[in-house]
Design a protein around this ligand. Structure first.
Ligand SMILES: [Zn+2]
Length: 157
């Protein structure tokens, strides 16, 4: 995706205070390997995503629920389809725009919102529980489609 400065990232979230946002340093981000920018606030409960759509940048503010109760089990990320062996995925929820917080949608996602890095095998982690044979272009297209579906459900398009 296109490179953004830290200031540009901040401007995409005008409702957020800086300490709630804790944006990444735009200069330290490897934009060339990202289909979307996602990050988790140091508190662990808040997360944000910036998603390119047509000529715009759409934003998502997400609540992350820790996935550390009960026995470890594998979970697939709904955006990139990476299958995590245990605890590598977390539930992320977004309020549907225009519903005054009455409607919420959620997905199990890579817990650090690092889908783009995962589908390119750049995390240095073990491969997913169910390695796939489809090529990177298909994985990127599938991820982009999943992002659009989520944005649509969140009434952000
Ligand atoms: Zn993912």
């Amino acid at each position: 995706m296109q490179a953004l400065t830290t200031e540009q990232i901040i401007e995409l979230f005008p409702q957020r205070k800086l300490r709630e946002l804790a944006p990444p340093n735009g200069e330290a981000v490897d934009w060339g390997v990202l289909d979307y920018l996602g990050w988790v606030h140091p508190s662990g409960h808040l997360a944000y995503a910036v998603v390119p759509y047509a000529d715009e940048l759409k934003t998502l503010t997400l609540r992350r629920s820790a996935n550390d109760e009960g026995p470890p089990r594998s979970h697939m990320c709904s955006w990139c389809n990476f299958v995590h062996r245990a605890r590598g995925a977390a539930m992320f929820c977004a309020t549907v725009a225009g519903t005054d917080g009455r409607r919420i949608i959620g997905n199990m996602l890579c817990s650090n919102l690092d889908c783009s890095v995962r589908i390119r095998n750049l995390t240095g982690d073990m491969p997913g529980f169910m390695p796939e044979t489809i090529n990177l272009e298909h994985k990127i297209a599938r991820l982009e489609n999943a992002l659009l579906v989520f944005l649509s459900r969140a009434n952000k398009l």
